[in-house]
Write a protein that binds this ligand. Structure first.
Ligand SMILES: *[C@@H]1O[C@H](CO)[C@@H](O)[C@H](O)[C@H]1NC(C)=O
Ligand SMILES: *[C@@H]1O[C@H](CO)[C@@H](O)[C@H](O)[C@H]1NC(C)=O
Ligand SMILES: *[C@@H]1O[C@H](CO)[C@@H](O)[C@H](O)[C@H]1NC(C)=O
Ligand SMILES: *[C@@H]1O[C@H](CO)[C@@H](O)[C@H](O)[C@H]1NC(C)=O
Ligand SMILES: *[C@@H]1O[C@H](CO)[C@@H](O)[C@H](O)[C@H]1NC(C)=O
Ligand SMILES: *[C@@H]1O[C@H](CO)[C@@H](O)[C@H](O)[C@H]1NC(C)=O
Ligand SMILES: CC(=O)N[C@H]1CO[C@H](CO)[C@@H](O)[C@@H]1O
Length: 316
């Protein structure tokens, strides 16, 4: 592991500087389940079903190792954050402020916030060019059902669209197509118009590290990816994302978790069959994902590539 790290230091396209951290969602060891329950710390935990937040999410302490990418330093390989477990079950029916219970979905998501305040964070986090980091691992005991679609990381402005999203499983189709899709077990990073920018298989026993660079003014996206302790590397060009809005209309909550879409229920009316939020088939199984390494930074000093190494921003 160490030799790999030292080799990386010698890579020419690497800057050794600091870049401003805007929001840090790497759960410190002093974050408690009571904090999760009350949205104290980096997560707003209100997108969930009727049970308490800690019924659907937990901090794994020292029982599970986080992505090794953000250890304290080159020679200190001890973890500096706790893994977050996020699950859904049949009670995970979210009731938003309006529109009624979302019986079509099952969902638990954390929203980036500072002690519950997301409204003041979003304009800072979604301005200029910023980079959204997250690492995802299978929860082997609570597998997903790839016959369904899952949206697991996204930025959602008020119009309900996603500036970008990470999708797993088989895209929801009405009428139901051939399932599961051939790339159902692949992560798909999609743009605002749902084009796939990058995809990679969701293999087990591996931390999958992602970073998405969002240029909020020019409306472009670029994706970086690596596994486990390998430095992030750029896996796309700078891609236009011009269907996204500009300014405050483009800004929204940064979500990560498990959002499971239904399958069409043949017994429903045609109108209800296309109402994916409120209708459809769900098995009600308990399913989950593990997260670590979630944070947002500006690109002022480059992009954090891992192990305190900074890469150049991605340019077109
Ligand atoms: C955890 O410790 C850090 C550093 O001492 C402190 O800034 C932070 O407020 C603490 N967090 C909680 C949730 O107590
Ligand atoms: C939720 O937590 C509160 C206190 O933290 C507890 O009193 C209550 O019983 C819990 N509710 C459920 C449904 O577990
Ligand atoms: C799951 O929840 C839905 C909606 O509340 C309910 O209609 C259904 O009977 C439940 N299914 C199971 C297996 O409990
Ligand atoms: C957004 O960026 C501009 C230009 O860098 C800056 O002037 C402005 O203060 C920033 N807005 C927020 C809310 O951070
Ligand atoms: C996965 O979903 C499909 C479609 O609803 C269902 O037929 C199948 O039983 C589910 N598998 C599990 C393990 O729940
Ligand atoms: C953003 O667009 C402007 C105007 O087209 C261009 O001059 C600038 O180089 C672009 N910036 C980036 C980072 O692509
Ligand atoms: C990759 C890519 O170009 N994605 C889309 C970004 O948005 C524009 C405008 O909607 C689309 O035309 C692109 O296909």
């Amino acid at each position: 592991m160490l030799s790999k790290v030292i080799t990386a230091v010698l890579l020419p396209a690497v800057l050794v500087v600091a870049t401003p951290l805007i929001w840090d969602g790497r759960a410190p060891f002093n974050l408690t389940s009571s904090n999760l329950e009350n949205s104290i710390g980096p997560y707003l935990t209100v997108v969930k079903g009727s049970e308490n937040a800690t019924h659907y999410s937990s901090l794994l302490g020292h029982s599970e190792l986080p992505t090794p990418l953000w250890n304290d330093g080159l020679l200190d390989l001890s973890p500096s954050e706790q893994v977050v477990s996020i699950t859904i079950d049949n009670s995970s029916v979210f009731v938003p402020g309006s529109g009624g219970p979302q019986f079509g979905f099952r969902r638990t998501e954390f929203i980036a916030a500072v002690n519950g305040d997301h409204d003041d964070l979003n304009p800072i986090m979604e301005n200029g060019t910023t980079v959204f980091h997250f690492s995802i691992k299978l929860d082997e005991k609570r597998p997903l059902n790839y016959t369904h679609e899952y949206q697991i990381v996204f930025i959602e402005p008020n119009d309900g669209t996603h500036v970008f999203e990470v999708q797993l499983g088989s895209p929801f189709t009405d009428p139901t197509g051939s399932l599961p899709a051939s790339d159902a077990h692949w992560f798909k990073v999609r743009d605002h118009a749902l084009n796939i920018l990058f995809k990679t298989p969701f293999t087990s026993d591996t931390w999958h590290n992602f970073a998405v660079q969002v240029d909020w003014n020019n409306r472009t996206l670029a994706v970086l990816y690596s596994q486990d302790d390998s430095l992030l590397r750029v896996v796309t060009d700078v891609e236009p994302n011009l269907s996204a809005s500009l300014g405050p209309d483009a800004q929204g909550d940064f979500h990560f978790g498990v959002l499971k879409l239904p399958l069409v229920n043949p017994a429903d009316s045609p109108a209800d069959q296309s109402d994916v939020v409120h209708f459809g088939i769900q098995e009600g199984t308990t399913e989950g994902l593990l997260y670590s390494g979630v944070f947002v930074e500006s690109i002022a000093g480059g992009i954090s590539a891992g192990h305190q190494i900074f890469a150049h921003p991605v340019v077109g």
